[in-house]
Design a protein around this ligand. Structure first.
Ligand SMILES: O=P(O)(O)OC[C@H]1O[C@](O)(CO)[C@@H](O)[C@@H]1O
Length: 518
């Protein structure tokens, strides 16, 4: 892929204009660059973009074959070429077909099974050891952890009364110890979430959990405290999970898109099936919008075009996500996997160099806390970086002053990045220079009417689709992740003690630390 000369020309033209002047030149800009759907407003009026450049971006997307590619995605064609699979996670929001065949029966079956099991656990009908379950511990990593963990945290205030919900992803033994601390072992349920059921970290932690349970309730009883969500039912059975408590899903649900599938089991139990259903409904609404809205008014498409513009045309290497809601504090971490595992590539499906940079590095944190850490760098550092502000619209008019101040801070940060300040030298030129801020730094706002299961679902689906649109612009497959495989192979080599092919630095470190192969 190459950038069309029109985009480069627009970048040069807009680069020569002060951002403030660009805004002042069009009185309708704030409205024109605002797109809303499913309780989410996307405001990109503080971006270095105008109508002509957006038209050129849309044309470039169309030229890149977006129409056919989106059709292929939504109808279940093979869009994950290197793994020969469709990517039909949207089916779990009830909106797609697989290669012309309706897959809703498959989705409905699993959803009926997980819902029934969740109800049994929640009502105390399911008693692994004669006692109702009081705590669920989700053991998983990557997409089998980040999505469920984010949703659990984000919707904690919406949870219907039920078991406590915890997560373990780390191999560090202290993590598992922390999640079981204080619990009555007889009231625990471990949910092993692993699409492949072969991820080393997850299996080792699951084994450690089972050993711990065996020590608490006896070997025979321990197995009753385990359920699984996996695309590899046979492997879960081999591990020893009761087949009745294994909830499967097809391999066309990618790991980082799996929260909607049986991987959401711990959420369905912990938050309640209706909350989980509302999350899916919100995502479904965004799916429909993505499939039908005109490109220049299509929220995921426009978000993708803005992020592509900043990354590939203007050349910003990263994007900061600042969530002005404590409940969305895990969003940057979730987006890191979704975006960087999907877009961190530079080879096309045909195996050729894409000629494009691939997706941006995503990083961030929670406002206002981050204003007291890295925002200094955003305001006065030498690397201007686009920021996504994620906020809650209700906060602006809240009766709680803390929410109003939170919202005002978010608005102020975007304005400060845009405006900057130039202090007159006066009789302290050095001080004035140090206190001045360049401004002209771009940002977007994603404003949720309120944080509800539906708006959260829509926010996650928005980002999933945005990543897909970017993948079309970068000419890459967003659904595989071969880059993480080599590390897994080399870990095995180290554990097996087969070190002859390793570099001298790695071998020296292993020797120094007295590492003992298995
Ligand atoms: O659900 P699994 O198969 O255990 O995989 C966990 C994670 O590992 C990855 O494959 C990366 O190693 C992710 O894509 C995935 O979400």
């Amino acid at each position: 892929m190459v950038l069309p000369p029109e985009l480069i020309a627009h970048a040069a033209r807009l680069g020569a204009v002060r951002l403030r002047d660009l805004m002042a030149a069009d009185r309708d800009r704030a409205d024109a660059l605002l797109i809303s759907h499913a309780g989410i407003e996307f405001d990109c009026s503080k971006q270095r973009l105008d109508g002509a450049s957006i038209t050129a971006l849309v044309a470039h997307l169309e030229d890149a074959g977006f129409g056919a590619r989106r059709e292929a995605l939504l109808t279940g064609a093979i869009v994950n070429e290197s793994e020969h699979r469709p990517a039909l996670h949207m089916a779990y929001r009830h909106g797609a077909t697989l290669e012309g065949a309706d897959v809703t029966h498959l989705v409905d079956r699993t959803q009926a099974e997980t819902r029934a099991f969740a109800q049994q656990v929640r009502t105390g009908q399911f008693k692994p050891a004669g006692k109702a379950v009081a705590r669920i511990i989700n053991i998983g990593i990557g997409g089998s952890d980040l999505g469920p963990r984010l949703v659990a945290d984000a919707l904690a205030d919406h949870a219907e009364a039920g078991p406590d919900l915890r997560f373990v992803a780390s191999l560090d033994p202290s993590e598992l110890a922390r999640t079981v601390a204080g619990a009555d072992p007889e009231t625990l349920l471990f949910v092993i979430a692993s699409k492949s059921f072969s991820t080393q970290e997850t299996l080792m932690t699951a084994q450690a959990a089972r050993d711990w349970m065996a020590g608490q309730v006896g070997l025979e009883q321990a197995g009753r405290h385990f359920a699984a969500a996996s695309a590899a039912r046979d492997k879960a059975i081999t591990f020893g999970i009761n087949p009745d408590h294994i909830f499967d899903f097809p391999d066309w649900v990618g790991g980082r898109y799996s929260v909607w599938s049986a991987v959401g089991l711990s959420l369905e139990i912990g938050l309640g099936p209706d909350v989980f259903a509302a999350l899916r409904d919100g995502a479904q609404s965004m799916d429909k919008h993505f499939a039908t809205a005109p490109l220049a008014r299509n929220l995921p498409v426009m978000k993708a075009l803005v992020d592509f513009w900043n990354r590939a045309v203007l050349g910003y290497p990263s994007r900061c996500v600042a969530a002005y809601s404590a409940r969305l504090g895990l969003l940057p971490g979730y987006l890191q996997q979704l975006e960087m595992e999907s877009l961190g590539k530079s080879v096309t499906a045909d195996g050729l160099p894409s000629g494009m940079p691939g997706g941006a590095l995503v990083w961030g944190g929670c406002g206002t806390e981050v204003q007291h850490s890295f925002f200094q760098w955003l305001h006065q550092g030498s690397d201007a970086t686009p920021v996504d502000f994620i906020g809650i619209g209700r906060h602006f008019a809240s009766s709680d002053p803390r929410e109003r101040v939170l919202a005002a801070n978010m608005a102020a940060q975007g304005a400060a990045l845009l405006d900057g300040v130039q202090l007159p030298p006066g009789n302290d030129p050095a001080g004035a220079a140090q206190k001045s801020m360049p401004g002209g730094r771009v940002s977007s706002i994603l404003l949720l009417d309120d944080l509800t299961p539906a708006t959260l679902g829509a926010l996650l689906a928005l980002h999933e689709h945005k990543v897909f649109v970017e993948s079309v612009l970068y000419g890459i497959n967003p659904f595989d992740q071969w880059g993480v495989e080599l590390g897994k192979v080399l870990t095995k080599g180290i554990l097996d003690g087969e070190l002859s092919g390793y570099d001298a630095s790695t071998r020296a470190m292993l020797a120094r630390t007295g590492f003992v192969p298995e």
